[in-house]
Write a protein that binds this ligand. Structure first.
Ligand code: AMP
Length: 423
């Protein structure tokens, strides 16, 4: 049996060209991307589809929610990333909670945190089995809170197709998942980004080389000139060369509530010009600990390190709370407002940003922000703030991003607006 890939279009599989026509497609499990395929020689193959980025349309979402008991919503989360914060926040807002995990060890670990321990567990052998549990989730009125690990475990295409109500706008993932699309979005929103070099021969100062598939900054490297670049680059991989911005990093955790009509209202643009789109909040701010780049200066210069066959790497190992110089806050809000307003203009019928997002920035010594990335969901950098932050405490004490998500769901249940914050 040989695994092949096909494409799913409106429930039909378009076969890879090599299989041509005349193949029989076996039954496909509901909500699964696995099926069998029999070729003209009667050989059976296991095949899997790659769902097109169709996502869940608003009619489908509304039909699921019509069957939901809005007084008995369960908040479901994959047990990783920011799940302690999300579960703790959900409990604080009075929700029943569900943990989704692979491996008994993972479940047991939560006993160490009774304040966040889920009321119920769904234990799986593989996170992809979530796709087949969609009905099971919906029967329990589950709303899934997505985070970086969920998207990584399922793959972004599967995550978009998961047939369960999910907090936030899954449609934004398409824009978040490619560096070029992020750049279009953020620059149109008024953010300044680090320059990109198309030709490595043009390197004439420090650059950071980022591989497309790199997880958590692993494998990134710094080059000072073309020779440096050539010595280190893996040309088999897809990469981007970015100007290395010297400055201090700040990861700004915002929350956009499209259902709120008070507070700092985002002004729409384009088709939405003149409209208030919803309330923008700043919940917290962190700086990532990155191993080993944060500590490598102790061994000397980049040259000294390379003489010892060492390279700086950018693997995230933890997060520290920070606040930014207060005079920089208006510009931070301006960038976030532009980013949210632009999210409604990205494509025809775009639903825009919903809920938490993070602008990942470097502030230079000229006090300018350079935004090098956006995450359009809760980031693990919000974990230091389970008990609130210097920013969120001003408005309501002990308000974490996880709790803010739960609050948003609770309010939407009360006001019959779940459709506006889920996808
Ligand atoms: P990213 O994968 O884009 O989130 O980047 C991972 C890490 O690389 C960041 O947290 C920064 O420490 C560093 N980094 C990314 N882009 C730049 C840049 N243009 N200049 C300097 N450092 C950067």
């Amino acid at each position: 049996m040989k695994a092949i890939k096909g494409k799913l279009i409106r429930g039909f599989v378009v076969l890879a060209a090599e299989w041509g026509v005349g193949c029989r497609i076996g039954p496909m499990k509901k909500c699964s991307n696995i099926f069998t395929l029999t070729d003209s020689n009667e050989n059976t193959h296991i095949a899997h589809t790659e769902p097109l980025d169709m996502g869940v349309d608003s009619d489908t979402l509304a039909s699921w929610l019509a069957d939901y008991d809005r007084d008995n919503i369960t908040i479901g989360v994959v047990a990783s990333h920011s799940s302690l914060q999300i579960l703790h926040g959900a409990r604080s807002e009075g929700f029943r909670t569900l943990g989704i995990a692979v491996g008994e060890n993972r479940r047991r670990f939560y006993q160490a945190f009774p304040g966040a321990e889920p009321d119920e567990w769904l234990m799986l052998d593989n996170y992809l089995e979530m796709m087949d549990h969609a009905e099971w989730f919906r029967e329990r009125n589950v709303v899934i809170i997505p985070h970086g690990s969920l998207v990584e475990y399922l793959g972004s295409a599967n995550f978009r197709e998961l047939q369960v109500p999910t907090f936030g706008n899954r449609g934004i993932l398409h824009w978040e998942s490619s560096r070029e699309r992020q750049r279009k979005w953020l620059e149109a929103g008024g953010c300044t980004m680090p320059k990109v070099l198309e030709d490595p021969h043009d390197i004439d100062g420090p650059v950071i080389v980022k591989y497309a598939g790199a997880k958590g900054g692993r494998g990134y490297f710094i080059a000072r000139n073309y020779r440096d670049f050539r010595r280190n680059v893996d040309i088999e991989e897809e990469f981007t060369i970015q100007e290395y911005v010297l400055g201090c990093r700040y990861y700004l955790h915002f929350f956009f509530d499209p259902t709120a009509t008070d507070g700092f209202q985002v002004q729409g643009k384009g088709a939405n010009a003149g409209k208030n789109l919803g309330r923008l909040e700043l919940l917290s701010m962190d700086r990532r600990d990155e191993s080993n780049v944060d500590e490598f200066y102790k061994l000397g210069s980049l040259r000294d390190l390379r003489e010892m066959s060492l390279e700086p790497s950018f693997v995230v190992t933890g997060n520290q709370p920070v606040v930014i110089r207060e005079s920089l806050l208006p510009r931070a809000f301006e960038m976030a407002e532009g980013t949210v307003a632009e999210s409604f203009e990205l494509e025809e019928g775009a639903r825009g940003m919903i809920g938490p997002f993070c602008l990942e920035t470097i502030v230079t010594d000229a006090l300018e922000f350079k935004v090098f990335e956006i995450s359009a969901r809760i980031v693990a950098g919000s974990n230091p703030f389970v008990g609130g932050s210097p920013y969120s405490d001003i408005n309501e004490e002990r308000m974490s991003t996880g709790r803010r998500i739960a609050r948003s769901i609770r309010k939407a249940c009360q006001n019959n607006r779940l459709e506006d914050i889920l996808s």
